[in-house]
Design a protein around this ligand. Sequence first.
Ligand SMILES: *Cc1c(COP(=O)(O)O)cnc(C)c1O
Length: 226
Amino acid sequence: MNSLEIQQNLYNIRQRIEKAASVYDRNSKEIQLVAVSKFHPITAVQAALSHNQFIFGENRIQEAKEKFTPLLEINPDIRLHIIGPIQTNKIIDAVKIANVIETIDRVALLDPLQKAIDKTGRCPKLFIQINVGQEPQKAGIMPSEANDFIETCIKKFGKKIQGIMGIPPVEQNPTPYFQQLTSFARQYHLPEISMGMSADFEQAIACGATLVRVGSAIFGNRPPKL
Ligand SMILES: *Cc1c(COP(=O)(O)O)cnc(C)c1O
């Protein structure tokens, strides 16, 4: 994808978000677009930046660090979301670089997270990832354990817990899964709901998404490796 194609794609996605918001009676100002730049080169991010896209999502902390550390020096307005599973020993790097960590998904992560916050004096917003499809290959707390986990997180981190994130199983109607994510968020009065990707973000908006994470529809198919 060249810069012009990325611009065109961004324009189209923003139009589709506006349209979905109006069709489903949502305020489009309450829906943020997270441009998922994983595996795409820094030039792709720069192209999006030049078209006023400031919120980005990355899966791998090492890749996020390498790509975004230089970009953040020039563009302090960038907001980086970590959207991939986090190894315990990487949590400190995630806390250092992210504005939002969307993938808090297990009790074992909580003490290291607290330590990283204390050590860096920095605290990203935190979302809890729920494995709504109960898929063994996916990260996220299982729905049956989610209530206990969310309550533990809120007790420990209070208002820093801002939202729920999830990924429905592929090749199924995502709507019931989106609804389940939304009902967890409502139950705990969490303002943010991160759900919906290139293939299904309009349905996610219909179900209450406040952030949609769109990668390939903006940047094209992912190269196998950076
Ligand atoms: C890769 C990824 C996305 C973006 O997926 P697309 O289908 O390319 O839009 C969104 N969320 C997560 C967690 C991802 O890993």
